[in-house]
Design a protein around this ligand. Structure first.
Ligand SMILES: Cc1cc2nc3c(=O)[nH]c(=O)nc-3n(C[C@H](O)[C@H](O)[C@H](O)COP(=O)(O)O)c2cc1C
Length: 464
């Protein structure tokens, strides 16, 4: 049989193959193998790859998945309202049961307004038994989440009680159960709670948290804080997603985005034209790929992407501080256009224009280099550190030099000369610079660049 190498193919075909390979996170050779294998089974396989590549634009939430949230009577019940929001923004349908004690902390009205569904509280409610009933509530769900799971609920579950709606549903369900315990550290450490926990784990219940930290009671610290709503929503996503649907599940990703503002005085600042569109699109693509995402953004006019832990900052120094506080993460993507300099002699008060006086002179000092600082850390260095290079000339050469200088793993280089319209625009043409060489990606939307980058990151993370 005659042999054929990728190198022998014509340039256009090679370019298409590279694009497909990048989108699917495979090597070009593997992509060719995949196409040939699929071609043997399906003659449509050589059609151009759909634009909705993995991670490009919104990757749908696990299709039509339903979550039944049981809220126990703990002080952390207020956080379950935020949890409803977090689950809804990931595309889940949420139904809610409040225990009698939970209604002392939050109202069915608030939970109902957020779920958009009727809230259930009573086992002996003729209307709901006729309408839905505890057995249907138990059956019509893909996952039951108990948050907060009180010591009392855990005890009842471990003992198989069913004397209220929450416990009856927990006993009747065949769906997976995710528990987010929350209680005072002494209650958590108590032998009875630990015994119940061991029983529940043996019964196949999945646990998230509790975390260590400050308690609601003033001055109390220890293990017993409910896991944060974002963590619980991430765990729900992981439990419900099909294999391969969330290639960054369980990974922590940090993204910086937007410009920074460097004050001249309390009312004036130096900024740049970055819109934050590319960084925000990357953060969203990472969420859709199942990652736990912290997005640190300078001042932008964009809405917060759903599902991210959002931190808003102004200056380069604020951004560095927030980035270091967000560590440890698995992947850090520095897409923000951080000002290289700040004003050394920024005024505490508004600098006044006075007749006859000379124009004030601004002297600049260098800002900290966030990318280089994080990439050179000896502790908590993310496994993959990716920088962006906004260049107006010698894009590839400058990006290659930047890769070496900054100590990062990849650079996404783009030409931001005014004629490209990239700064502030919706599309982007980038080159990916890695230790293996430079790859030119075709012109595409910033969402598509984000999708391609996240697919590449997922492939790299899952290969190690
Ligand atoms: C102000 C207050 C806060 C409480 N916080 C908690 C808590 O965080 N965790 C817990 O297990 N119990 C907590 N309790 C006790 C529960 O409300 C009590 O055990 C109740 O019976 C739980 O009912 P449920 O498990 O049916 O929701 C708290 C009680 C009060 C009065």
């Amino acid at each position: 049989m005659a042999s054929l190498t990728v190198r022998q193919l014509d340039e256009t075909l090679k370019q298409q193959l590279r694009l497909r390979a990048a989108r699917s996170g495979r090597s070009v050779e593997d992509e060719v193998r995949n196409i040939l294998k699929a071609a043997a089974e399906d003659s449509d396989a050589l059609a151009p790859m759909a634009k909705a590549a993995p991670g490009a634009g919104p990757v749908p939430a696990p299709a039509g998945k339903r979550v039944l949230l049981i809220v126990g009577g703990g002080i952390a019940a207020y956080k379950s309202l935020d949890l409803i929001r977090r689950l809804k923004e990931r595309g889940f349908t949420v139904r809610c049961i409040l225990t009698a004690a939970a209604t002392q902390f939050i109202t069915p009205l608030a939970a109902g307004a957020l779920t958009g569904e009727r809230v259930f509280t009573d086992l002996f409610d003729p209307a709901s038994e006729f309408d839905v009933g505890h057995i249907r509530l138990a059956r019509d769900t893909d996952l039951v989440v108990v948050a907060p799971a009180t010591a009392d609920l855990m005890a009842k579950m471990a003992g198989g009680h069913a004397n209220d709606l929450a416990t009856a549903v927990l006993l009747a369900t065949t769906a997976k159960i995710l528990l987010a315990p929350a209680m005072n550290p002494q209650m958590w450490a108590n032998k009875a709670t630990q015994r119940n926990l061991a029983q529940l784990t043996a019964d196949g219940v999945t646990l998230i948290g509790p975390n260590a930290g400050e308690m609601a009671e003033s001055g109390e610290r220890g293990i017993g804080r409910m896991a944060e709503p974002m963590e619980i929503a991430g765990a729900v996503d992981r439990l419900l997603a099909a294999k391969g649907e969330r290639p960054l599940a369980g990974k922590r990703v940090l993204v910086t985005s937007g410009p920074t503002h460097e004050p001249i005085d309390p009312v004036r600042y130096i900024a740049n034209r970055s819109s934050g569109k590319q960084g925000h699109a990357i953060a969203l693509a990472a969420v859709r790929a199942g990652a736990e995402v912290t997005l640190i953004s300078g001042p932008v006019t964009l809405p917060d992407p759903p599902g991210v832990r959002m931190i808003k900052v102004e200056s380069a120094r604020d951004m560095l501080r927030a980035a270091e506080q967000a560590l440890p993460v698995d992947v850090a993507i520095f897409a923000a256009a951080v000002a290289d300099w700040r004003v050394a002699n920024a005024g505490d008060q508004k600098i006044k224009k006075k007749a006859g006086e000379t124009t004030p002179e601004l002297s600049l000092v260098e800002n900290p280099d966030i990318l280089s600082t994080v990439a050179h850390r000896t502790d908590q260095r993310p496994k993959l550190v990716i920088g962006f290079a906004a260049e107006t000339e010698n894009v590839a050469a400058n990006a290659k030099a930047k890769l070496a200088r900054k100590g990062c793993d990849w650079i996404v280089a783009n030409d931001v000369s005014p004629q490209t319209g990239i700064m502030g625009g919706d599309s982007n043409t980038v080159q990916l610079v890695t230790a293996d060489g430079i790859e030119a990606w075709p012109p595409q939307s910033k969402d598509e660049v984000a999708g391609m980058l996240i697919a590449r990151i997922a492939a790299a993370m899952n290969a190690t």
